[in-house]
Write a protein that binds this ligand. Sequence first.
Ligand SMILES: Nc1ncnc2c1ncn2[C@@H]1O[C@H](COP(=O)(O)OP(=O)(O)OP(=O)(O)O)[C@@H](O)[C@H]1O
Ligand SMILES: [Mg+2]
Length: 282
Amino acid sequence: MPTELQSRPQPRDGRPARFGAGELAQAGAPAAALEGVSRSYRAPARGGLRLWPRQDARAVQALAGVSLTVAPGELVAVVGASGCGKSTLLELMCGLQRPDEGTVACLPAVLMPQRDLLLEWLGALDNAALGVRIAGASRAQARERAAALFAELGLDGFQRARPHELSGGMRQRVAFARTLLSGKPLLCLDEPFGALDAITRAQMQDWLAAVLARERRTVVLVTHDVEEAALLADRVLVLSPRPGRVLAEISVQTPRPRSRTAPAVLEARRRALAELGMGATA
Ligand SMILES: Nc1ncnc2c1ncn2[C@@H]1O[C@H](COP(=O)(O)OP(=O)(O)OP(=O)(O)O)[C@@H](O)[C@H]1O
Ligand SMILES: [Mg+2]
């Protein structure tokens, strides 16, 4: 029963996932390295006692034996059916969860969650500037940095708007600004364009490609949109239905910005759809 499931769990012992950021900071090291990662969720007993062992039939295994290496500056897209563990994978990379098995070592990472989690009592600009404020900047400095992005994101005029006064797509762009402004080297984006209409989505995809061309960030992008993955990614990781396992890694070797109809983009899209068992619709 869904009601019995845990809320998104914190690391069991209160410590963040075993991060090797120090080790990974050296030259030539990957931005993220996952090795044999498995993660299951368990149904908690009433009163918080756990009556079921880890391998219990009531457990939901989200990920099984996932290995992945992401190079600095690389954009890896992750596609897979709903419920195959994509969000879980990003949370592991950001240290919000720990794997049951395997290891996770990542540079400092920021998560743009699937739900925007904007603070209703703050205006849009202050929501975008939140990470900068938390990092110690003054309100004026933080607002100044966020304001520059607002224009690029087509949010001018909405700086003081509260989240409930924004459209779904605008909220997502504010959350995106907040993620970028964190300054973290590894961006974990969970369906960042999911709530956008087709036109704004295409604009935002072009904008993301341009941002990544000018600043060296590493991105892991979860998306349901195979075309988006092929358009933006250096590599597309295809996961199986739950429990998520790596079915294929498809490299897209053509420079950005890319045309949606570039042969390499179309080929990557076709291969990803075939891996997902949707070859006939490609
Ligand atoms: N906190 C939780 N407690 C129990 N089960 C969970 C929890 N979070 C996720 N799950 C389960 O783990 C599986 C993977 O969930 P996850 O959110 O990682 O999938 P996803 O690939 O991101 O799906 P979607 O594409 O729909 O966002 C699902 O079956 C889900 O029900
Ligand atoms: Mg998800």
